[in-house]
Design a binder for this molecule. Sequence first.
Ligand code: ATP
Length: 263
Amino acid sequence: MGATELGAGGSITIVPLTDIFEITIIKIVLSTWQVTRRGACRSDTNQEERNVGKDISQAVIRRLPRYYRYLGELLDGGVERISSGELSARMNVTASQIRQDLNNFGGFGQQGYGYNVQHLYEEIGKIMGLNERHNIIVIGAGNLGQAIANYMNFEKIGFVIEGLFDINPSLKGRTIRGKKIAMLEELDAFVLHHKVDIAALTVPAESAPSVANHLVELGIRAIWNFAHVDLNLPDRDVVVENVHLSDSLMQLSYNIMMLGSQS
Ligand code: ATP
């Protein structure tokens, strides 16, 4: 399953669900990074620091995982270098868009050579924070929380599920990929003794705001919110990424109707 975008000529482009997960989680990492470095970068003249501190548009951030995925495929196919034109043809993004996007981070191409695939892949990985480990806890170990914890691909890009918490005693002690579901009362002590970078919130909408506030009080600075409510936390040092799977399904429904009305 994935989100859909209605393309030129009425074609429907499916954005894979895995991309949606990766895009949103990577947006969290980049936003956290921007929030924490913003202050430091004001007086820093170092180029790399300045790029990190700069606000990158959400549209660019959305495209980074796609660049990373395509470059990974090129690497697997033994391709060593690629021009922005060739990359553009593969990715269905204009060559100037690619150059503009990458220029946000200082650009990586060389006139007449194009891009070194390995280098660009590694640099985009670094930009997205994939060279670092990010510890995640899941709050709400129902079907969705367990599915997220069960999804191995996050680990491959450095996002490791460290714990799951719920209020339902019948879930206590159940193991999901080696991690025991704990009760919410154990959360404070857990956060005290473990580094937690991101909390995935998969609780019902009505519980989400209070749980999120508690997470912020515990010092967690990034919330990946799957609850059916937009969380608007006043703390500027906390980043929230709202992921509404049902919105994506409704978008699909709309696009199916549009496709039907065009044929
Ligand atoms: P799912 O939607 O994931 O299939 P469900 O049908 O039980 O599970 P929800 O009612 O959305 O749906 O609850 C998701 C999970 O969140 C449940 O396991 C529930 O026990 C847990 N939960 C509810 N409130 C809280 C809370 N305040 N803190 C932690 N977990 C909670």
